[in-house]
Every structure is written in structure tokens, then in C-alpha cells.
Design a protein around this ligand. Sequence first.
Ligand SMILES: Nc1ncnc2c1ncn2[C@@H]1O[C@H](COP(=O)(O)OP(=O)(O)OP(=O)(O)O)[C@@H](O)[C@H]1O
Ligand SMILES: [Mg+2]
Length: 216
Amino acid sequence: MSCSITLKKLSYKNEANELFKNIDLNVGHEEKVAIIGANGAGKSTLLKIIAGLNFCFEGELQLFHNPIKNKKEYEKFRSDVGYLPQDVNDYFLCPTVIEDVMFNLRAKGEAKEEAYHKAILMLEELGISHLKDRIIYELSGGEQKIVALAGILITKPKILLLDEPTNALDTQAENRIIEILNSIKKSMIIVSHHKSFIDKLAPTIYNLSCNELELI
Ligand SMILES: Nc1ncnc2c1ncn2[C@@H]1O[C@H](COP(=O)(O)OP(=O)(O)OP(=O)(O)O)[C@@H](O)[C@H]1O
Ligand SMILES: [Mg+2]
């Protein structure tokens, strides 16, 4: 199988606890995988490792069959990975919604008019056109989450790592996200506590519990 993400015997300890031990995981090309688990089980920590934000692990992380041990080795894959953190508070770089959604495209060298046009379409697709000129830090938690998702989806990464993408969203916004994510053919890991959300999205579900990743 062609794998986008592979974990081999991945173990991680923080100062207080061993969070996981000898975890194996394969996420295939365009496969959608969900991870559930109790508060504090280590789901966000695991996603941060796969997102290249923490290299203090033992075992192996591979992206597209390339072993990655440190930040330098991760760099050439960074633009292939779209990571939505659980807490988007410190996530935004621009004052307004439209500027922030355009930002990653502009950073890749895209012309301003083209980036603006794509950002407008992205906001429409996510049903948040009315937020276009709002100051991000004046938005609600759910609005911020969906703006952050727009900024990720617009760059069309090959891998999506989504940490509780719907935890602050109303039913209408959640259904829109389900529809969009279902229409996207990418490798995805989705962490969520919402079983009904996951059931509509990811055929493969793992439970992170007692240091192990168990297929359910
Ligand atoms: N930066 C940090 N420094 C020290 N401990 C941390 C840090 N980040 C997380 N932890 C601890 O690691 C453990 C796992 O945290 P993590 O955020 O990965 O859990 P989670 O499964 O995502 O939980 P939740 O469902 O509440 O989001 C927790 O006990 C947490 O307190
Ligand atoms: Mg978490």
C-alpha cells in the first residue's frame, strides 16, 4: 500500500507520563482515519508529532515512506501537511479574515488578485463569506476554527491533520465541514470526541488508550 503517514514503534513520554508506547499506524493515500480517546490520552500530542512540531519521540515517523527524525528533515514536506490545532487562539498571523486566508498563498508567491479570488471562493464554500472583513480576534471560537480551516484547505495540502475540527461548531457548520471533508480526496487524520461526526467521515477509527492505539 502507498502510505502517506507511517508510524513505527512510536513512543513518547512527557515529564510526567508515558503517553504512548510502540504505536504502529499506516495512513494510506487518500485514506481518512479518525483517532478518539479520553481527555489527556495524548491525541493532540500525537498529531503534533506527525505535524512536525515535536521530535522528542522514539521510534519512526515517515511521510510518503521517508523517515523523518528532526525539523530539518521535515522541512521539505511541511507544505504537504495542513495542521489544524485544537486551540486556534495563537494561530492567526493577519488581522482580518480575508488577509489571513490569503496569507499562505501569498507566502507561496501567488499574486495578490489570484490569492484574493481563491480566498473569496474558499469563504463561500465554507459558508463564512459574511466574516470576510471581520477582525479575527473579535470572532467567536467556532468562527475562528472555521477561518483557520479555510486557511489550511486553500493551500491544498496532501495530508490533513485536524485536531477536533468541529468542537466549537454549530450543527449547520459541522454538516458543511462533513460535506467538504468527504469531497476531498486526501490522506487525513481527524481527532474528535464527536462519534457521529467521525462515523460520517472516517471508515477507520482508532482509540488511543492506555498508551496504545487500538483499531475499533
Ligand atoms: N506542553 C505540555 N507540557 C506538559 N504536559 C503537556 C503538554 N501538552 C500536553 N501535556 C500533557 O500531556 C497529556 C496529553 O495531552 P494531549 O493534549 O495530547 O491530550 P488529548 O488526548 O489531546 O486530550 P483532549 O481530549 O483533552 O484534547 C496531558 O496529560 C497533558 O496535560
Ligand atoms: Mg487534544
